[in-house]
Write a new protein. Structure first.
Length: 202
């Protein structure tokens, strides 16, 4: 079955926009320590460098786009990158540290289902304990994550340490921030946090 990203690439191609889809090595997941944020950004940088050298492409029209956690990776990638893309597009990308966004998402979903304050507190405490265990990178939790998440564990651990708004301030290329108004995982205030740190962000 075709992914939504492949469908999007087809739609863009019909409008004359070429795309190169970059997906994490989902097969490796936690089994490869090389699938870190540093390894991933270097890989993306190589793809961008290749695209700018394609004779059929205008190097001034090469942009990098990232969705959700992919947006955080893209944001980290372009900071100080040379040669850099002509612009960065962030789609539903957290503007707060990812751990905070995840905890807020759990609580928001519980509130929508009518959970009482005692239940919300229990959920918050459990979420914080889980994140602490994830950050500990203990073998038991590493094995569990490898079976339950779609991102390589080393990459997720690195991304959890990022401060998106601070990174946004360090981006010196045009930035477009796209945010859904009804997203229950990444709320609109995340986009505002990113835009506040980047003068001229659209």
């Amino acid at each position: 079955m075709r992914t939504i990203y492949a469908q999007l690439a087809t739609m863009l191609a019909c409008e004359g926009v070429a795309t190169a889809l970059y997906r994490y090595d989902e097969n490796a997941r936690a089994r490869s320590s090389s699938t870190s944020l540093s390894w991933t950004t270097k890989s993306i940088a190589r793809v961008l460098a290749t695209l700018t050298q394609e004779p059929e492409l205008n190097p001034k029209e090469v942009f990098l786009a990232g969705h959700s956690v992919g947006g955080l990776v893209a944001l980290y990638t372009v900071v100080g990158l040379e040669p850099h893309p002509s612009g960065l597009i962030l789609l539903d990308t957290p503007g707060k540290p990812l751990a905070s966004v995840l905890v807020e998402s759990v609580l928001r979903t519980a509130r929508l289902s009518g959970a009482p304050p005692t239940r919300l507190k229990a959920l918050r405490d459990r979420a914080l304990r889980t994140l602490a265990n994830v950050r500990s990178n203990a073998p038991r939790w590493r094995a569990l994550l490898s079976r339950t998440i779609k991102y390589p564990v080393p990459l997720l651990l690195d991304v959890l340490s990022l401060k998106p708004a601070k990174l946004s301030a360090e981006v010196h290329i045009p930035l477009l921030i796209v945010q859904g108004g009804k997203d229950i995982t990444v709320e609109p205030d995340n986009a505002k946090a990113l835009a506040r740190k980047h003068p001229g962000a659209g």
